[in-house]
Design a protein around this ligand. Structure first.
Ligand code: BES
Ligand code: ZN
Length: 455
């Protein structure tokens, strides 16, 4: 193992140069104009796997973006690790807020800035380089490995469940390893044992067939912008509780023991608030900030559009208003059930003066696991080696829809070992990845396979 770690240390700068090329591909899955780039990123990922010593890495087609699949099965009798990650990235707008171009990776103060640096190309590449180090130094991996790297994670992984169900044998393994989450804080590596789910919708309301003069018609017909605001105002009460009837029915209550564990984590609420630039924090009454994000469901408005928003003033009654909304879900809420409850409530609170259309966008199931198992303990030891410190155990507010599918369809536990930081601007302008964590993450990943070999 020492030789492998030495190799990783010697190659530190080369890894960064190679990562820059990966980050240069604008694989934005949400935007159709980037379809060719998305495919190019898939090819690049497969090439990188082959170069690392996974000989037949290839693209598996889906009705959407291809999955990159590769395997190295040269360790009979040893466990098989299924590595999952995603090569697609979020859109970059607003572009003018980026200090350097999102697809020209730039290193400043030990961080690499680019879309996808943390979420998730940097973390995927970390594992590819860990594999390469084993192959170069030992000519073999300590475990069998299968790679399953998708290109639709950022748009809800719509075709992945089907792909998994159709390839159960191909994907048979002992444990899933994922690096697509964050560390608790700088210098505090973590293993994540819970993720929230998601239910996402677009709401359109129409008041009239066209925009109208607000003097000639204002007062005689409903204003859809106002109607939409009234609808949205019905979604939460003043205590931050979601008002959709039945919304909390399946929520697994947070146990006292878990709450007590979280209170021990070094969370500084004032620093958190100041870093976010929020005048005050806000959330569901009766829960701490960590509890609100990790263990409670929520309703959010992701975007709003209506009427005249240009410079100056225009006296107009908009014909339409639109909102994108989403709910983060926790165990044991189900996105389909929540969608039914939401749509029923929406119909009830929508005034009869406007026409309503609801469109279901994407969803994902929440996930949570018992983390007292041999794979998690193996990861703990690997993180100790890579980061010089044992990990803390966290849940996260974000979603990775496929994790619950791995559990349900393949019966596989997942180990989520992420090296992003909460302030690395995932999904926002100036996304970055700390290069120290990237490097330690390569060492920890290499150690992880070694540790899993011995469980
Ligand atoms: N890497 C994130 C998920 C994540 C975020 C995990 C923060 C832990 C902490 C992932 O790429 C992501 O953004 N997922 C989407 C999924 C959605 C589109 C279904 C999300 O959470 O919004
Ligand atoms: Zn993401």
């Amino acid at each position: 193992m020492n030789e492998v770690v030495d190799f990783i240390n010697v190659n530190r700068d080369r890894y960064v140069e190679e990562l820059k090329q990966y980050l240069a591909i604008p694989s934005v899955s949400a935007l159709p104009q980037h379809a060719a780039d998305v495919r190019r990123a898939a090819e690049w990922t497969a090439d990188a796997l082959r170069a690392a010593g996974v000989p037949h890495a290839r693209l598996v087609e889906t009705p959407g973006n291809p999955v990159v699949y590769g395997e190295w099965l040269g360790a009979p009798g040893r466990p098989t690790v299924l590595f999952y990650g995603h090569y697609d990235v979020q859109p970059v707008d607003p572009l003018d807020l980026w200090l350097t171009p999102p697809f020209e990776a730039t290193v400043r103060d030990g961080e690499i800035y680019a879309r996808g640096a943390a979420d998730d190309k940097g973390q995927v590449f970390m594992h590819i380089k860990a594999v390469e180090a084993h192959m170069k130094k030992a000519g073999a991996l300590p475990v069998n490995m299968k790679f399953f790297i998708e290109g639709e994670e950022e748009v809800g992984s719509a075709h992945l469940d089907e792909c998994i169900r159709a390839n159960k044998e191909l994907l048979a393994a002992d444990v899933v390893v994922i690096s697509d989450s964050t560390m608790f804080d700088r210098g505090i590596p973590s293993i994540c044992y819970g993720l929230r789910g998601l239910a996402y919708f677009q709401i359109d309301v129409r008041g009239t067939k066209t925009d109208l003069h607000s003097g000639s018609f204002g007062g005689a017909v409903a204003n859809p912008a106002f109607a939409l605001a009234q609808i949205l105002a019905q979604m939460k009460d003043r205590g931050g509780r979601v008002k959709i009837p039945g919304f909390y029915d399946d929520v697994r209550p947070l146990g006292e023991q878990e709450r007590a564990e979280w209170r021990k984590l070094p969370f500084n609420e004032t620093r958190y608030r100041k870093e976010l630039g929020a005048p005050r924090l806000s959330g569901e009454k009766g829960y701490s900030t960590l509890e609100r994000v990790w263990a409670r469901p929520t309703f959010e408005v992701n975007g709003l559009l209506s009427g005249f928003t240009g410079e100056g003033a225009k006296t107009v009654l908009p014909a339409v208003a639109m909102a994108k909304v989403s709910m983060r879900l926790v165990p044991d809420q189900r996105p389909d059930r929540i969608a039914e409850l939401f749509e029923a409530y929406l119909k009830k609170v929508c005034p009869a003066t406007v026409a309503l259309t609801v469109t279901r966008m994407h969803g994902g199931k929440p996930w949570m696991t018992e983390f007292d198992n041999k794979y998690v303990r193996a990861a703990g030891r690997a993180i100790q080696t890579g980061f010089g410190q044992a990990p803390v155990f966290t849940r996260e507010g974000g979603s990775i829809p496929v994790v619950s599918t791995f559990q349900e369809e393949l019966g596989l536990p997942s180990v989520l070992f992420g090296v992003g930081l909460p302030d690395e601007n995932a999904h926002a302008p100036n996304e970055k990845l700390d290069l120290g964590n990237f490097h330690n993450g390569i060492i920890a990943s290499a150690c992880l396979y070694q540790e899993i070999a011995a469980v």
